[in-house]
Each structure stands twice: as C-alpha cells, then as structure tokens.
Design a binder for this molecule. Structure first.
Ligand code: TMP
Length: 397
C-alpha cells in the first residue's frame, strides 16, 4: 500500500494567520485540516494543500522580531554558522522574514543574502540595510543565486522548511547551491518528537505543511544527494530540532545523529500506533480546556488571551472557544491589533488594554514564550491575575 496514513482530522479551519476586519467576516473561508504519516518517507504532513499565495503574501501578519529571546537565539544560530564555515563564507537564508537572523550575519561581517516571498517583511529587512531577494526559494532561484553570487557555504532556514509543501523539491534545490565538498544546509523546525511528547497539537496549522523527525529528514536528504550529519535539539517554539545536512559523503555524521535516532526509535516516531494515541490525546486535551473555560465563565470570571498566535487559531477553532469564553486577546503586532482572530472572531487588542483592564484569568496562547512572558508580566500575577496554559497540560499558573 502507498500514500499517507491519515491519523488526525482537525475539521474545517480558517487561514491560521488570517486576522480579519469585522467587515471581512462574511467572506472568510475555511479549509480542511487533516494530518497523516507518509509510509515511504515517515514524514508527518498535512493532507490538504492550501495555495501558498493565500498564506504568504504582502499582508503576511507574522513578523519574526517580536521576541527578545528569539532574537538572542538567532544571534547564537548565526554564530554557530560562522564557526562552521570558512572565514569569507557566503550564507543564504531561506525565508529571512524581517531579518531577525540575517541582521546577525551582517553584524558578524558575513556575506549574506535573504530570500523571502512576503514583500512586507522583506521590506522591513531591507530597511535594516540587508540584502533580500523577493522570491519563493526554488531550483530557479537557487541557480540564479549560484550564477550571480557563487556557491553558498551555508544555506540556512529557521521555521521555514516546515512551511514548504514539497520539502524534497526544496532539498533538491539547495543541493546544487552548496559549495561542493564543504557546503552545509542548516535548518531548524518544530520537532515532531516534542509535538507528540507535549501534545502541542496547536503546532498543526495550514502554514506547517510538514512535521519533521530525524527519520523523515534522513530519507528526504538521501533522495536529494544529501546526508544528515548533525542534530541539535532547541528549546524554541515549544521544542525544535536543528538539522545539518551536507553533500553525501562530504562530512562524517556525528554522534548526535546516532543517539537521537535511537531515541526516536524508542518513542515510535515512525509507528502509526503512536499517532492514533496522539489523536485521542488531542481530543481529550481540547475538551479539558473547553471545560475549564466554561467553568470559569459560570463562576463569572473574566478571561482574556495573551498572544494572537497562528497556533491559537487551531486551538480556539478545534476546542470551540469564541469571544463568549475569551473576551479579547492582546498582542504586540501592530497589524493584528484592531482585527478579529480567524474563525473564532475574538478581538485583538494592544497589550496596554489587557493591562489596564486586568482580567481574572489570561490564557497564554503564546505558551512557547511562557518564560519570557510570565517574567515580564509578574506584576499582573502579583496583583492576583492568573495565567492558563494548556501545554504540556491544562493548568492554571
Ligand atoms: P509565535 O509563537 O509564533 O512566535 O508568535 C508569537 C505571537 O505572540 C506574536 O503575534 C507576538 C505575540 N507576543 C506578544 O504579544 N507578546 C510577547 O511578549 C511575545 C513574546 C509574543
């Protein structure tokens, strides 16, 4: 038998980053959101494809540079790349967004180029004096760069490869851009092992076409003439994995690859039964969250949200959480403020509004930034305000 094994159906979902004006509600569209395990490659991926033009465009709402911690993380990522390639090396970043990582390559004196299809974020990066090409990364783009700028010593991507509908095509486009014998492709993405371990099913939304593991990355790499030579686990985005690929045979795979492979086998990351269990846990977790919020409403408590994340679109729509349960969500992104959350239509407000009208409970939709946000909002907690988290379990903190 071929084809993917479907294991989770999250129902009809609006575009996760499709924050909208009240006047746009009538024309809001929904698309199926189902996930499956590919038998041949062990890749976990979305089964329903949404045209990328609907997701990444000039009104793309997601600006990477919203978190201080992420900024520090990308500085360390850039330093690692610098230490891994020759001194005058050339770096190409796929999906450079507003320049959060690209700026560090520039500051470290490295020759660099960003490739970014969403014009508004690309413009923000150019405003920082960075070189950015407006394009989806493809074989054609890669050839153009190689002809004009020469081979890349490193091609890098962060939270981008999971957005691509055909990761094998992307690997195959990267391979000829890498300097023969020494070029590396380093990318990091939310890690399937963490999604299963934490039951962080809100990582599943239209922009995340793939949920990678070492198993799937190794198979796809092999098919593109590449090889997985190093992995490093990261705490970002609720648990990510950083993969380093090189041309097959050019670098010996490190110990990290063997030991993480063993961990994955023990956890059954390519076993269909693991995913059946996960689907049951997802249903349970979302019912639990809905029950907590309805209980609080019954008690007359005021509940707001913190962080109008793309992830929150999955949770609010799957669990049935609307403005009657969560009256508003605060967020620092100017483009989201004044709009409604996709599907659930919860108003997005500035942080100041949340602070001024402190709710009894605040559901932390940006749970992946919990440390940073809980530290920053200590005054709210000192005054008796409570946060609700739902990863790794539904809990009031
Ligand atoms: P992310 O989880 O995909 O990084 O998205 C984070 C969202 O949360 C983004 O819309 C910005 C928002 N946010 C805040 O509003 N305040 C904060 O302190 C942080 C860290 C994020």
């Amino acid at each position: 038998m071929t084809g993917p094994i479907p294991f989770l159906d999250l129902g009809a979902m609006p575009i996760a980053n499709g924050f909208l004006l009240p006047s746009e509600v009538a024309s809001e569209k929904r698309y199926p959101l189902r996930v499956g395990l590919d038998r041949d490659t062990s890749l976990v991926r979305l089964l329903d494809i949404i045209p990328p033009e609907l997701l990444f465009h000039e009104r793309y709402a997601f600006f990477s540079s919203t978190s201080r911690r992420m900024n520090e993380h990308f500085l360390r990522f850039a330093q690692k790349v610098k230490a891994s390639i020759r001194r005058d090396g050339f770096v190409v970043e796929i999906g450079s967004n507003d320049g959060i990582m690209l700026q560090h390559f520039a500051a470290l004196g490295m020759r660099s180029l960003g490739v970014e299809p969403s014009e508004n974020v690309a413009k923000a990066a150019r405003g920082l004096g960075l070189r950015v090409e407006s394009a989806f990364f493809s074989e054609e783009t890669a050839h153009k760069i190689a002809r004009r700028d020469g081979y890349a010593d490193a091609v890098v991507a962060a939270n981008v490869v999971c957005h691509v509908q055909d990761p094998l095509a992307l690997f195959r486009a990267v391979a000829p851009l890498l300097r023969p014998g020494s070029g590396i492709f380093i990318f990091e993405e939310p890690y399937l092992g963490d999604i299963l371990r934490l039951c962080s099913y809100d990582q599943i939304y239209d922009e995340h076409a793939s949920y990678f593991s070492l198993a799937s990355v190794s198979i796809l790499a092999e098919q593109a003439g590449l090889e997985l030579v190093e992995v490093e686990h990261q705490e970002t985005h609720g648990g990510s994995m950083r993969y380093t690929l090189a041309h097959k045979g050019s670098r010996a795979p490190g110990e990290s690859v063997a030991s993480w492979r063993e961990t994955e086998e023990a956890r059954g990351l390519a076993d269909p039964l693991t995913f059946t269990d996960f689907a049951a846990e997802v249903a349970h977790r979302s019912t639990e969250l809905f029950s907590l919020l309805t209980d609080l409403k019954r008690q007359g408590k005021r509940v707001a949200g913190y962080g109008a994340t793309s992830k929150s679109t999955t949770v609010t729509n799957f669990a049935g959480i609307g403005p009657e349960l969560v009256s508003h969500i605060c967020d620092t992104t100017p483009g989201k403020i004044g709009k409604l959350s996709p599907g659930a239509h919860i108003p997005i407000v500035a942080r100041g509004r949340w602070e001024a009208d402190a709710p009894d409970y605040t559901i932390l939709f940006a749970w992946n930034h919990a440390d940073e946000i809980l530290a920053k909002e200590q005054a709210y907690r000192d005054a008796g305000g409570k946060f609700i988290v739902y990863v790794p379990e539904v809990k009031v903190v």
